[in-house]
Design a protein around this ligand. Structure first.
Ligand SMILES: [Zn+2]
Length: 257
């Protein structure tokens, strides 16, 4: 009797631990057609991480923008439904192919020293996005959320109305780190982005690669030195706040249809 009770208890523990380990994928490229159809029917929302391969200080990976957007979108899709698209790394930049004279422009520039490698002219980016939105509308999505590299999201902010009309979809350009002003943190590769990467991809952050001197802002970083300030908690607070805001926006659109 005791033996069989023990067996039931141990198999229940085993089953529940398996359940937590096997998490249904929310990544487009990993879905089978039936999983795709089911997720689309439950929430016709696509999340598009817009990124770069761009210098983000010595402590963060080159794909930082798209990686932390993908992390945030994965959380959104797991909690509220929808499908996360593969990362788009090519995009616009403060670098425009002309001579460069500011720090921010220098680290955007394609170079063997920085590894920055993503800039394409606006006309090419426009065509890429135009096709992406057209395809997503035809595939049955009603809402596309974009988030990631600032110039890419700003580009969508400038043009999304024309695509909404053309393809009868809703487009939400979003930044989770732009709206963190109450903490006074902002800027490329700074406290916000470093915190998000520490949370979503802890193994990829090499915080010891930048100086611990708080009075020095290391090369390629905007704002204050993130070392000693950036934290997983800052990222978790941002995530909680912005999952709620974005979910409200999506629900408002879907309930109006
Ligand atoms: Zn960034």
């Amino acid at each position: 009797m005791i033996k069989s009770v023990l067996f039931i208890i141990s198999s229940t523990v085993l089953l529940s631990s398996c359940k937590t380990e096997i998490q249904e994928s929310v990544l487009y490229e990993e879905l089978t057609p039936s999983a795709f159809r089911q997720r689309l029917a439950e929430a016709p929302v696509a999340y598009l991480p817009l990124g770069t391969l761009e210098y983000h200080g010595e402590h963060l990976p080159l794909g930082t923008d798209a990686l932390h957007s993908k992390g945030f979108f994965t959380k959104m899709a797991r909690e509220n439904g929808g499908i996360v698209l593969p990362i788009m790394v090519l995009g616009p930049s403060w670098f425009t192919g002309k001579p460069i004279d500011t720090l921010i422009a220098i680290h955007c520039t394609p170079s063997p020293k920085t590894g920055s490698c993503y800039w394409i002219p606006d006309s090419v980016y426009h065509t890429l996005l135009d096709n992406q939105f057209s395809l997503l509308a035809k595939t049955g999505f009603e809402i596309v959320v974009v988030h990631g590299h600032a110039p890419s999201v700003i580009y969508v902010e400038r043009h999304f109305k024309e695509w909404e009309k053309k393809y009868d979809i809703h487009i939400i350009p979003y930044f989770i780190y732009r709206d963190n002003g109450e903490l006074g943190y902002s800027g490329h590769a700074g406290v916000n982005e470093t915190s998000l990467m520490m949370y979503y991809y802890p193994d990829l952050v090499k915080i010891d690669s930048i100086t611990s001197d708080a009075s020095v802002t290391p090369y390629g970083i905007q704002g204050i030195n993130p070392r000693g300030i950036a934290s997983v908690q800052i990222a978790k607070d941002m995530e909680t706040k912005h999952v709620a805001i974005l979910n409200d926006k999506i629900e408002a659109i879907l309930s109006n249809e």
